[in-house]
Design a protein around this ligand. Structure first.
Ligand code: RBF
Length: 361
């Protein structure tokens, strides 16, 4: 009996050891690559693994702000072996964005969600309530006051203001396709506060610094991909007297550029260098340093320097917005008198000598 008694506990211990071993083996692969194990991998020179989800609210291709965000994150990962980046395209159905982000965050795979869209912070607030440890950094947006979210707002009133000034110089000029009507055009994919309160007013205010009689013809496509609709709108606007366009329309802007080229009108373009797309048609391009900002943000994240709960506004003075003048698409196309006036205006803008009021968002 004594032997039996002795034997019984031993068998239980053996079983427990086997169970523990199986459990450990089963759990090992789960933890090996996952975020939760990252802290345990610090040894010697090995740095903590850091995983970033680049959440694209649309598609990357054709949308400059998204292309630059993804490029910045990917180039940062190339130069930092401990950083992994997953670029996820959420598509154009905005009603699905929150659900998609929720399931990605629920995986627990990402130390940081990085995005670029004015409507994203509110979605992150909702997702963040369910996952209080998740951090979000969103550019092209303003949302102070939430301890899980940090935002960076480009001063798009400012960029639109100087692109509007250039459009004003062109529409009042004697250039080949400039008519006598003092009317500029703006084609938007959809209306949202940053567009209606900063981008479109900035564009018109800038043009009116050239001539207060300039008016704007503003049209909305209804989505971010329908280039044919944008082309139709552009044609109708040209018939109504528009000779210079701007747009915030993602991939759909291609249709507007095509029509402007075919029917004889000009385009000024926000955020990226697109001169080569339509030489002689696209006569001015703004610059948004979103790739640089993305790389700086990730460096700050690794250095623990991000202040969550805050929003920063960045623009011309800090070097995050500018105008691309050193390109033959500008310097070889616009009459010298227009370039001289515009370059002087840009210098005044950079030096803070032009006064304007950015409306509240
Ligand atoms: N910009 C794009 O270039 N492509 C897009 O697909 C796109 N989708 C957007 C969806 C929403 C709901 C909002 C509010 C903005 C979107 N933008 C898009 C605009 C973009 O975030 C930014 O404001 C503009 O590109 C001006 O810099």
């Amino acid at each position: 009996m004594a032997q039996l008694k002795k034997y019984a506990p031993n068998r239980e211990l053996g079983t427990a050891l086997v169970v523990a071993l199986i459990a450990a083996l089963a759990a090992a692969p789960l933890f090996a690559g996952g975020r939760k194990d990252a802290g345990n991998q610090q040894s010697g020179n090995q740095q903590k693994n850091f995983s970033v989800l680049v959440y694209i609210t649309g598609m990357v291709a054709g949308s400059p702000t998204y292309e630059l965000l993804a490029a910045g994150a990917e180039s940062f990962a190339v130069s930092h072996s401990n950083v992994t980046v997953k670029v996820y395209e959420a598509g154009f159905n905005q009603a699905e964005w929150e659900e998609q982000l929720t399931s990605l965050v629920a995986s627990g795979d990402f130390d940081l969600v990085l995005g670029s869209n004015p409507s994203l912070p509110e979605i992150c607030v909702n997702v963040g309530k369910k996952f209080p440890n998740q951090k979000f950094i969103i550019t092209d947006a303003e949302y102070p006051g939430n301890p899980q979210i940090s935002t960076y707002l480009y001063n798009q009133y400012e960029q639109s203001f100087y692109l509007g000034y250039l459009a004003g110089l062109v529409t009042t000029s004697k250039m080949e396709h400039a008519n006598s009507v003092k009317k500029i055009g703006f084609i938007a994919a959809q209306e949202y506060p940053l567009l209606s309160k900063h981008i479109v007013p900035g564009f018109l205010d800038g043009a009116r610094r050239v001539d207060p009689e300039i008016t704007i013809d503003f049209r909305v496509i209804g989505n971010w991909f329908d280039a044919n609709k944008a082309a139709d709108l552009a044609a109708s606007m040209i018939s109504a007297g528009v000779d210079v366009f701007a747009s915030i329309a993602g991939g759909a802007a291609q249709g507007m550029i095509r029509t402007a080229g075919e029917q004889g009108a000009y385009v000024v373009f926000h955020n990226t260098n697109e001169y080569k797309l339509a030489p002689g048609v696209i006569v001015g391009c703004g610059l948004m340093e979103q790739k640089k900002l993305t790389e700086e943000i990730l460096a700050d994240v690794l250095a623990g320097k991000i202040q969550y709960g805050t929003s920063r506004t960045i623009g011309l003075k800090d070097g995050y917005l500018d105008f691309i003048a050193n390109d033959p698409g500008y310097s070889g196309v616009l009459p010298q008198a227009i370039q001289d006036r515009f370059n002087a205006f840009m210098n005044d803008m950079r030096a803070g000598r032009v006064s304007y009021t950015v409306p509240a968002l």
